[in-house]
Design a protein around this ligand. Structure first.
Ligand SMILES: Nc1ncnc2c1ncn2[C@@H]1O[C@H](COP(=O)(O)OP(=O)(O)O)[C@@H](O)[C@H]1O
Ligand SMILES: [Mg+2]
Length: 248
């Protein structure tokens, strides 16, 4: 069985990484795929949003303490989660001085078997943790809001990916850009999207994730939007994205 490891990255906070990781994962699992979500952000929003609190162990115990990743996985909403925690800050600090510091997550993920997709929710920085995600992944997914400043941010992400590719992971591919929090009625959103389509060589998925309050509400219920409100635009958009990703 071939496992596809996808890093969901954007160095800015609040750009829809966690929302995309959870809901794309949920949509993929409903297509019959076995999905593992990795919460690599010290803020552990992903774990919290899926009501994975007080787990037996977290990713920090695996990356630092030598615990086996298979012993910390938690099943929720038809998916599996490797819980994060604030201890990932300590991981980050101690990794910096380690040899081959970028390869820790890759080695850990080599120990999990049987998944179709492993989605990694990255911190909002280009830190050593993000470097680990980019080294462990085969593909990168970039959630992007249609704002003027995101164009500048995109350049930085693409540059970083290019550097990681050269240094650590030559097979790394940019799977595509996911347009998130898209406001159809806003002229600027349309203009930025058109600019991107004309000027960026990377694939931009046709399924855009619209602004939808259900996506913001679902985490309070510890569920993906597909389980919280299956008929919402948020659920429809992430289902469409999953179908596009699986078909591609
Ligand atoms: N399409 C959307 N519509 C409405 N709110 C959204 C949407 N996507 C994300 N959000 C909200 O925006 C905030 C930031 O999203 P999040 O996924 O946590 O970003 P990141 O992980 O990049 O920091 C969260 O409160 C989330 O619920
Ligand atoms: Mg996040």
């Amino acid at each position: 069985m071939k496992t596809t490891v996808v890093a969901v990255i954007n160095q800015k906070g609040g750009t829809g990484k966690t929302t995309t990781t959870i809901n794309l994962g949920s949509a993929l699992s409903k297509l019959g795929k076995k999905v593992l979500l990795i919460d690599l952000d010290p803020q552990s929003n992903l774990s919290y949003s899926l009501a994975v609190t007080n787990p037996d162990g977290t990713l920090a115990d695996v990356l630092l303490g030598g615990k086996n990743i298979n012993d910390i996985l938690v099943e929720t909403g038809g998916m599996w989660v490797a819980p994060g925690s604030n201890d990932l800050v300590d991981v980050e600090i101690s990794l910096v001085t380690q040899p081959e510091r970028e390869k820790f997550l890759k080695r850990v993920l080599a120990e999990v078997k049987g998944y179709d997709y492993i989605l990694i929710d990255c911190p909002p920085s280009l830190s050593v943790l993000t470097l680990n995600a980019l080294t462990a992944a085969q593909q990168v997914l970039i959630p992007l809001q249609m704002e003027v400043l995101t164009l500048q941010g995109l350049d930085q992400i693409l540059n970083t990916i290019e550097k990681v590719k050269k240094a650590f992971n030559p097979k790394l591919k940019i799977k595509g850009i996911v347009v998130v929090m898209f406001d159809i009625r806003r002229k600027l959103s349309q203009e930025v999207l058109e600019y991107l389509q004309e000027n960026v060589k990377e694939r931009i998925f046709e399924s855009h994730i619209r602004l939808n309050v259900k996506l913001a509400e679902a985490p309070s219920f510890g569920r993906s939007v597909l389980d919280y409100d299956a008929s919402s635009n948020g659920a429809k958009d992430y289902k469409a994205l999953a179908a596009e990703i699986v078909g591609a």
